[in-house]
Design a protein around this ligand. Structure first.
Ligand SMILES: Nc1ncnc2c1ncn2[C@@H]1O[C@H](COP(=O)(O)OP(=O)(O)OP(=O)(O)O)[C@@H](O)[C@H]1O
Length: 356
């Protein structure tokens, strides 16, 4: 757990960068700090590992005040990832990752073996280990930065704009990989980003700061999207809030599906509308258009529509239904067996029912 209690930072020239900040980051969760340029995000982050000292207030890590912990001991417990990765240019990738554990007295062979494991964990195989940073793409460098921050297996991780130096496609890929990785490693993380979509995607909690380092709102992505406290937060969160909120909502397990009788491949289709085609185990293969085809065969099968479980987000379900044949989405159970269909209007009704 990371806790900020009434933390402020006033720089020597009188600039108040952070003003009376109170925050709590539960163990194993990710807090995203967002806000306009100069609102004190980086200052807040750097006060955790004491690259910057707070002027007043207390920051604790698992109950221990950081100001009473020596800086070296503190940084052993806190991994740090920055924009452009900040790798040592004259060291190979594997040496970059192994550098800190070596500095802390780790055995050469063991630290290298661990560094290779970490590189694998972030999706870089051994071919990359012996290259120099300049021989990697921006996205690959960021991965090395993450591996390096994990090298001492710290319980806490600070990330300052870790994915912003790469193009949007690589960025989305790194975010997805990072979510998967965090699912495995469960670190307690504070991440700074100026990108609200990144904050909503990666954050368990999001803190929106306003200029002057004042906390505007602290909540889950769903809370920020559905209940912004004022127009500043609403504007910052951006447009299409209601639709984007669906990405964080799920339908109740009891949501009633519309019954639908599927056919098997090579069976006759008597219905004139769209019919789901399943294999011998009841798993969907696609749809067949009963208005055009008499048989469900490989030639008449339409396979572009997704089948989703009811546990998918309301946004995925609605999108699937809107794009699905006849405005419906095929639903599967946890074993991938077809269980019924949902229309777009029934998804919307289920969401409204849950909100009421
Ligand atoms: N060493 C310093 N001395 C004086 N003022 C500073 C110093 N470092 C930062 N500031 C000021 O403190 C405020 C907060 O800066 P900080 O870097 O924390 O903001 P930020 O939200 O991370 O900004 P950005 O998104 O642009 O990186 C800004 O007004 C900045 O100009």
């Amino acid at each position: 757990m990371i806790r900020f209690e009434s933390v402020s930072k006033v720089y020597d020239d009188g600039t108040t960068a952070v003003d009376n900040l109170n925050l709590e980051v539960p163990t194993g969760s990710l807090l995203a700090l967002v806000g306009p340029s100069g609102c004190g995000k980086t200052t807040s982050l750097r006060m955790i590992n004491r690259l910057i000292d707070a002027t007043s207030g207390t920051i604790t890590l698992d109950g221990v005040d950081v100001s009473s912990t020596d800086r070296v001991g503190l940084r052993r417990k806190i991994g740090y990832v920055i924009q452009h990765a900040g790798l040592f240019p004259h060291r190979t990738v594997v040496d970059n990752v192994a550098a800190l554990p070596r500095l802390l007295g780790g055995d050469r062979k063991k630290t290298r073996a661990r560094a290779l494991e970490l590189l694998e964990l972030v999706g870089l195989d051994e071919r990359f280990a012996h290259r120099y940073p300049w021989q990697l793409s921006g996205g690959q460098q960021q991965r090395v930065g993450v591996a390096r921050a994990l090298a001492t297996d710290p319980p806490f991780l600070l990330m300052d704009e870790p994915f912003s130096a790469v193009d949007p496609i690589v960025r989305a890929q790194l975010q997805d990989e990072f979510l998967r990785l965090q699912g495995e490693i469960g670190k307690t993380i504070v991440m700074v980003t100026h990108d609200i979509d990144e904050a909503l995607k990666l954050g368990d909690q999001v803190a929106v700061l306003r200029t002057g380092g004042v906390l505007a709102q602290f909540g889950t992505p769903l809370e920020l999207l559905t209940r912004p406290v004022d127009t500043f937060v609403a504007d910052f969160v951006g447009g299409a809030r209601g639709y984007r909120a669906l990405g964080f909502e799920q339908l109740s397990e009891e949501t009633a599906l519309t019954p639908h009788t599927p056919v098997k491949l090579d069976e006759r289709v008597s219905d004139r509308g769209w019919v789901v085609v399943v294999d011998d185990k009841g798993r969907p293969l696609g749809w067949v258009d009963g208005g055009n085809a008499r048989d469900a065969s490989a030639a008449t099968l339409h396979t572009t529509s997704r089948f989703l479980p009811l546990t998918a987000s309301a946004r995925e379900l609605l999108d699937g239904a809107l794009a699905g044949p006849g405005g419906t989405l095929g639903i599967v159970d946890a074993d991938g067996v077809f269980v019924g269909v949902l229309s777009a209007s029934s998804v919307v009704e289920a969401v409204q029912g849950a909100a009421a």
